[in-house]
Design a protein around this ligand. Structure first.
Ligand code: IPM
Ligand code: MG
Length: 355
């Protein structure tokens, strides 16, 4: 029986995760599976109880599970702590590292019914279907960091950007495989005109490309990619890039769908995969039944597909989401004229009703 670790985390994580869990429970009943859910504390709750945002107990629950469902971390209270205890740096990043999750898949799919929800023109976003592979356990976010005070009193801060060929090869291979199974176009994003790590990235991509002769490869500088994503997003099929570029570009790309609240993600590479919405804990709207649960529900669908190989069940959730949106139900972030605004719980219930 698959065991799912459930880490709701902070802010809206506490509202959206239960909606995804209920959806998984319904799938279990309907398709005769048994999922076991084990809740564990992360970030603020964990800090209050155990003095650390990622206590060993929580890490153990994740390692013993078959998949992890995570909400979001980050809260005003945790923001007051020294950087070493902040949940982004002390919980989320170490969790990804400990589980060996080097590849973060973020699909940006623009549903036809949501073309008007984007801030971009409908004809630009219509039909967009991009899969981004973001490297997740290397680069600037994990390199050594330090602070110093120079002789003249000036403060200095250093972050280090390190990549080796092994780290690059493994994610690039996954991206090529995905492109091969999709529309056979891969865009590798770097800043090879300036950064040494990007030059190594590009050389490595070129080497691996020879194994995938049927995939059309192109290289794009990150600044150009940011521009192309809003100019002509339909040109992209699969994108592969390093950690920070992927972090930034996927937030940007999410707006093609209308909202960050639609962006699901799967982090893979280790024995256990982790599924989480790409958005944060949104403390400003937390506890008000306003958050969009769809990114988390769609992340649960990715769990069914990638961790449990339940393609039919995953598609059922995705179709249910599509139908609810087609029926005109919207959370505030994707609200449009003529639609009906509903809350977090209602959106979750609507998706389950369609199932
Ligand atoms: C994300 C988030 C995190 C990241 C933050 C909260 C550390 O922005 O998952 O994209 O940068 O990876
Ligand atoms: Mg981010």
């Amino acid at each position: 029986m698959p065991n799912i670790a459930v880490l709701a985390g902070d802010g809206i994580g506490r509202e959206i995760v239960p909606q995804a869990v209920e959806t998984l429970k319904l799938i279990a009943t309907k398709y005769k599976h048994e999922f076991e859910f084990t809740e564990a504390l992360v970030s603020e709750d964990a800090y209050e109880k155990y003095g650390h945002p990622l206590p060993p107990q929580t890490l153990e629950v994740c390692k013993q599970s078959d998949a992890v469902l995570l909400g979001a971390v980050g809260s005003p209270k945790m923001d007051q702590l020294p950087p070493k205890l902040r949940p982004e740096r002390a919980a989320l990043l170490p969790l990804r590292k400990e589980l060996g999750l080097y590849a973060n898949l973020r699909p940006v799919i623009v549903y036809d019914v949501l073309v008007d929800a984007s801030t971009l023109k409908p004809e630009i976003v219509k039909g967009v279907d991009i899969l981004t592979f973001r490297e997740l356990t290397g680069g600037l976010y994990f390199g050594s960091k330090k602070r110093a005070t120079l002789a003249d009193g000036t403060e200095e801060a250093v972050d280090t950007l390190v990549y080796n060929t092994k780290e690059i090869e493994r994610i690039v291979r996954l991206a090529f495989e995905a492109a091969h199974a999709r529309r056979k176009k891969l865009t590798s994003v770097d800043k090879a005109n300036v950064l040494e790590s990007s030059r190594l990235w590009r050389e490595t991509v070129i080497k691996i490309a020879s194994e995938y002769p049927d995939v059309e490869l192109n290289h794009m500088y990150v600044d150009n990619c940011a521009m192309q994503l809003v100019r002509w997003p339909a040109q992209f099929d699969v994108i592969v890039t390093e950690n920070m570029f992927g972090d930034i570009l996927t937030d940007q790309a999410s707006m093609l769908t209308g909202s960050l609240g639609m962006l699901a993600s799967a982090s893979i590479g280790g024995n256990v995969a982790l599924y989480e919405p790409a958005h944060g804990s949104a403390p400003d709207i937390a506890g008000q039944n306003l958050a969009n649960p769809l990114a988390t529900i769609l992340s649960a669908a990715m769990m069914l597909r990638y961790s449990f190989k339940l393609e039919r069940e995953a598609s059922a959730i995705e179709n249910a989401v599509r139908q609810v949106l087609t029926d005109g139900y919207r959370t505030a972030d994707i609200m449009a004229e003529g639609c009906q605004k509903i809350g977090t719980k209602e959106m979750g219930a609507m998706v389950r009703a369609k199932l």
